[in-house]
Design a protein around this ligand. Structure first.
Ligand SMILES: *Cc1c(COP(=O)(O)O)cnc(C)c1O
Length: 382
């Protein structure tokens, strides 16, 4: 017989369980928060510096700069590289809006290239045809925790003298040929939004780079362009990572690798258990380690399956319902439906099912059973 707790869990399985994550580290997190409160230092203090060092060590890069969000990580990086009005930046239409928003905020134009239909990652083979003399950078997005093929991308960037800015917001801990996501481009941008693989208790972000000049510029940009304080040679932002968030993130960072392995094991179970069904499973490329930020499947019966799972207490989510080239705000860019068919098809079929370190085996079996039952009933009704 199932215990009361197991039954309670089964009455509702969230897409992500942040409360369970907190419970698992509660005492250490409370201690870390208390020490910050007691220190009286709340902005850009020793906790931020320590997290920057630990992230730099984890990613094997010399510089890490904490900022207020993943969006700001992208925005400040593009700004620091001098990208602005009249420039073009090549990226994917199948990502969170912030990737393109950062480009547009600076007056530059996002150029969207279609995705590979199997991985939903930017199709690296379509980049070259979109390069013009206004192209300044490429932003690959390591979607759902899997990196883009960086070798091919680096060749293109080198050939045309473009900067690669990795949007690694979903891929902290993932790797490509042994190199960590975010550590390969001119800069790597990370988010500590609560739902990310290393999630804080509020907003936060970080940029990492090998370039000392870029690092210095970012350190200034985040504090109103000042250096030293009250001396401004440039316009900047107010974009700091909170000392409190940094202290909490340092506690969670010690668990990241373990959590990533658990995510990978749970993803492997889904892959095996769902392989017989008429759904498209994530394609895991052999070139790296997938961080499985999200486990996204594709099906023509998305709406039906999502409703059926909801009726059975399982949350699912759509990442992403509208590809960026078809967003209302980008209508002036002139894209039309069918322009980027693979991204559009994915947007109409993709759905994420629960995957997080605290998801129990029982819950995962129940999710798989529910999906099986859905397809069995569907077959019988045909
Ligand atoms: C979350 C995310 C961002 C933005 O990060 P915030 O911290 O929410 O600003 C940017 N790009 C991608 C791919 C993301 O997943």
């Amino acid at each position: 017989m199932l215990s009361q707790r197991a039954i309670e869990i089964r009455s509702h399985i969230p897409l992500l369980d942040l409360k369970a994550s907190y419970e698992s580290l509660r005492v250490a997190l409370m201690d870390a928060a208390d020490s910050v409160f007691q220190s009286g230092v709340y902005i850009n203090g020793p906790q931020v510096a320590a997290l920057e060092q630990e992230m730099a060590a984890f990613l094997n890069v010399p510089y890490a700069i904490g900022v207020a969000s993943g969006t700001d990580a992208l925005l400040l990086t593009l700004d620091a590289l001098g990208i602005g009005a009249g420039d073009e930046v090549i990226t994917t239409p199948y990502t969170f809006f912030a990737t393109a928003e950062a480009i547009s905020r600076l007056g530059a134009v996002p150029i969207f290239v279609d995705v590979d239909p199997d991985t939903c990652l930017m199709d690296v083979n379509r980049i070259e045809e979109r390069i013009t003399d206004r192209t300044k950078a490429i932003i690959p997005v390591h979607l759902f925790g899997q990196t883009v093929d960086m070798n091919h991308l680096e060749e293109i960037a080198l050939k045309y003298g473009l900067s690669i800015i990795e949007d690694a917001c979903q891929a902290l801990g993932a790797s490509f040929e042994g190199k960590k996501a975010g550590s390969m481009g001119k800069a790597g941008c990370f988010s500590f939004f609560p739902t990310k693989n290393l999630g804080g208790f509020g907003d936060g972000g970080m940029v990492v780079t090998h370039d000392p000049d870029l690092a210095l510029k970012l350190q200034r940009l985040r504090v109103h362009g000042s250096n030293p304080k009250y001396y401004h040679a440039m316009l900047g932002y107010n974009s700091r990572l909170d000392e409190l968030q940094a202290a909490l993130l340092r506690v969670k960072l010690t668990k990241l690798e373990e959590w990533t392995s658990v995510r990978q094991a749970k993803a492997a179970y889904y892959m095996e258990a769902l392989s017989e069904l008429p759904i498209q499973l994530p394609k895991v490329m052999p070139y790296g380690e997938h961080g499985f930020h999200l486990f996204v499947i594709e099906t023509d019966a998305r709406q039906e399956l999502m409703s059926y799972m909801a009726e059975h207490g399982i949350d699912t989510g759509i990442y992403y319902p509208v590809p960026l080239h078809l967003q209302e705000v980008y209508r002036p860019l002139g894209y039309k439906p069918h322009d980027l068919p693979h991204a559009e098809r994915a947007a109409s079929r993709a759905m994420a099912i629960p995957l997080y370190p605290e998801l129990t085996d029982d819950e995962q079996h129940y999710i798989v059973d529910t999906i099986y039952t859905f397809y069995k009933r569907k077959e019988m009704s045909l």
